[in-house]
Design a protein around this ligand. Structure first.
Ligand code: ATP
Ligand code: MG
Length: 531
């Protein structure tokens, strides 16, 4: 089925259950109200001449309108291009052009972020781009679009369910593209993954199944909607099961997230590891009542074991799941299950999702490696993207003739199918012929009392090819670690070639908006610094 059909089924089952709660404005929608507003908006899109397959962008921090646009474009058959809210002019221009965008939803003027100014500039560049400003003081373009839709539906005099939107929905197929999502750009330039109804709806549905979502669940989403974490693991997983989605803030705010859990008695909380670290680190953390939480999702990058333990114990998230995946696989391909041991949830990213296949291959030969050995993880099945938008060469590089998506991630799989992620092929360091996986060293260094966060990178070295550098964020007030003290700490506990030769203490790491550390960029920065 398509995303629109799935929503309508849930409206019949749970008309009065909460679907969407926007904490900053205090507004909320039941499933029936949500579907009605989605229909008005979808009718407005048709009224403005949006055809099935047309690209419609959204460039905004999280807000209720974002979710309405997600579902309205799905009902109208438009391809929603989700634009990273951190993008600036040149990146926006690129995406508008690369995707051939016809309409762009964006936030009205914000003094810090001037979406409006940049959107108008992009419009100039593009020649023709219909701009719609989401609700705000300066503009009511969004309300006007919905009103147009309502008027058009009323004027057609068609009985409910037989209008233009229903007709469009009936013409859509599950294999139709519905989304272009650009990857995080952690390792280079973002690529636009083209995803279908079937890709993302099924993935969201199975995630919700494994989390045990029902109409009793209330899910707090501090993760960005433009990214698959927010729109699939968040919105689609919850809304395909009758659960409520709660938007705690426009962009991540640790206190607002916990406040929303407490005030809305949420059962589930999402985040990348750095978000949980910030929440656990709040000075008044103990003030929040988190007793209604039972589950949540942690994904996007590896989670230090210590943090995982604290999330389970101090945040009451006994059933928290780890998800692993990538934009190109819609996104989740492995996930921990509710009964998995603490060990499994700290050391692995769980097992393969239902109806998908994963295998670990030797990156050189492409042959599967034995259980327990490191290789490149490859994924096959319903969730693999249709391809990179308008980049057939990159698609052919990523998806092989047998349909395997090559993830670029290094992983091991044990005999029971549990997968652990050992890093990215691009982050692997080769020192004097030894393959070194920085992740292992990072895990070890987290146990150092003066280290609050750490990333290990390889830097060029004449003698060994590459040498290790630990980039460290120190615990405030603790003695600042240096190369000698780190070496001392590691001696006898790590193989000698894994001991970082250089240490750099820094205030922060370069991050993507989806919360990933941009190691490739960090390495470049270090290199520049070293001259
Ligand atoms: P780009 O492809 O543009 O360089 P990206 O790969 O970070 O950026 P995404 O699709 O957002 O873009 O992220 C997918 C990647 O995130 C995976 O390939 C993997 O490296 C990492 N990842 C996702 N989940 C986990 C997890 N649970 N544990 C470890 N790494 C993870
Ligand atoms: Mg990637």
């Amino acid at each position: 089925e398509t995303i629109g059909v799935n929503l309508e089924r849930n409206v019949l089952r749970f008309p009065d259950a909460a679907a969407l709660i926007d904490v900053p404005t205090g507004r909320s929608w039941t499933y029936a109200e949500f579907n009605r507003d989605v229909d008005d908006l979808a009718a407005g899109l048709l009224e403005r001449g949006i055809r099935a397959g047309d690209r419609v962008g959204i460039w905004s921090p999280n807000c209720a309108e974002w979710t309405l646009v997600q579902y309205a474009t799905a009902k109208a058959g438009a391809v929603l291009v989700t634009v990273n809210p951190a993008y600036r002019q040149s990146e926006l221009d690129f995406v508008v052009k690369q995707s051939g965008m016809r309409m762009l939803f964006t936030a009205p003027g914000d003094p810090r972020n001037d979406y409006e100014v940049m959107a108008r500039e992009a419009q100039q560049q593009a020649g023709s781009l219909d701009l719609v400003f989401l609700a705000g003081e300066d503009s009511n373009g969004f309300a006007a679009l919905s009103a147009d839709g309502r008027r058009a539906a009323a004027a057609s005099g068609a009985p409910a369910g037989a209008g233009a939107v229903a007709e469009r929905m009936a013409s859509l197929r599950p294999g139709d593209p519905i989304n272009i999502q650009y990857t995080s750009g952690t390792t280079g330039f973002p690529k636009g993954a083209t995803l279908t109804h079937s890709n993302i709806l099924n993935n969201g549905y199975f995630i919700g199944e494994l989390l045990g979502y029902t109409d009793k669940d209330r899910v707090v989403l501090p993760v960005p909607f433009y990214h698959c974490f927010g729109m699939v693991i968040g919105n689609l997983a919850a809304l395909s099961h009758g659960a409520a989605t709660i938007i705690p803030s426009r962009t991540f705010d640790a206190a607002a997230a916990l406040e929303a859990v407490q005030s809305r008695q949420a059962t589930s909380l999402y985040g990348v590891p750095t978000m949980f670290i910030a929440e656990l680190g709040l000075e008044d953390f103990n003030r929040y009542d988190l007793s209604t939480l039972r589950t949540g999702v942690m994904a996007g990058s590896p989670c230090p074991e210590e943090i995982m333990k604290r999330v389970i114990r101090d945040m009451n998230m006994a059933e928290v799941a780890i998800c692993y995946g990538m934009t190109e696989t819609s996104p989740v391909s492995t996930m921990t299950r509710r009964g998995d041991s603490l060990e499994r949830r700290t050391r692995t990213v769980g097992r393969t999702m239902p109806h998908l296949e994963n295998q670990v291959v030797d990156p050189g030969t492409g042959q599967p490696v034995p259980f327990g050995e490191i290789g490149e993880l490859c994924t096959r099945g319903y969730s693999v993207m249709a391809g990179y938008w308008d980049e057939p060469d990159k698609t052919a590089e990523a998806i092989d003739a047998e349909g395997w998506m090559h993830t670029g991630d290094l992983a091991r799989m044990d005999e029971e199918g549990y997968v652990s992620i050992e890093g990215r092929i691009k982050d692997m360091v080769i020192r004097g012929g030894e393959n070194i996986y920085p992740r292992e060293i990072e895990e070890f260094l987290y146990s150092h009392p003066s280290i609050s966060d750490v990333q290990v990178i390889g830097i060029p070295d004449e003698r060994y090819g590459e040498e290790l550098m630990a980039c460290i964020i120190a615990v405030p007030g603790a003695p600042e670690p240096d190369a000698a003290s780190i070496a001392e700490f590691c001696r006898g506990r790590l193989a000698h070639y894994k001991i970082p030769r250089f240490v750099q203490v820094r205030g922060s790491f370069p991050m993507t908006v989806s919360g990933k550390i941009r190691k490739v960029q960090m390495r470049e920065e270090v290199m520049e610094h070293l001259g």
